[in-house]
Ligand binder design. Structure first.
Ligand code: FES
Length: 165
């Protein structure tokens, strides 16, 4: 089924477009808005953004594949980004990743069997002084211990109904 923004979000897109001299310049915020609505950037979303911004689908796809913040496959309601760059790795980033893989029953790049979490690896998330850290959805969780991490994950899990991955 073709993607289209609901009317309130359509108004938001129209407002976004007023901030740019050319429609094409709004590609990032337009994609971000569509991802918020759809959960990921499906081929239908790419076609929609291309049509609205008078771009080719190849041009939109090029933007989507360049930025890791755009999901090219469906993700769980909670996306956990584990920072695996040097400062975090020196302070246990690999252990954090392995702990989450064990807890979720999946590898990085996959979704937990209960459908609550997608686990992804990230390059430096600019919180090196608070390493090790993870980003969950829009929130940073820093100076992690495995106990603290488990408690944080418990909170997200309690707020998210299980679904089949
Ligand atoms: S290395 Fe992890 S936030 Fe910079």
């Amino acid at each position: 089924m073709a993607f289209a923004l609901p009317s309130d979000r359509e108004d938001e897109l129209v407002e976004i477009l007023t901030h740019y001299p050319e429609k094409r310049a709004a590609c990032l915020p337009a994609l971000w808005l569509c991802q918020k609505v759809n959960g990921w950037i499906s081929p239908d979303v790419i076609a929609y953004v291309a049509e609205r911004l008078e771009l080719t689908t190849a041009q939109v796809k090029g933007v989507v594949t360049f930025y890791t913040m755009f999901f090219e496959e469906p993700v769980a309601p909670n996306v956990v980004w584990v920072c695996r760059t040097l400062s975090c790795d020196l302070r246990g980033g690999k252990t954090v990743q392995e702990h989450l893989e064990q807890r979720f029953g999946c590898h990085a790049g996959q979704t937990s069997s209960d459908g609550r979490f997608t686990l992804l690896k990230a390059e430096c998330l600019a919180a090196c002084g608070q390493a090790p850290m993870v980003q969950i959805n829009d929130d940073y969780h820093e100076n992690l211990t495995l106990e603290k991490l488990d408690s944080i994950i418990d909170d997200y899990a309690a707020r998210t109904p299980a679904t089949e991955a």
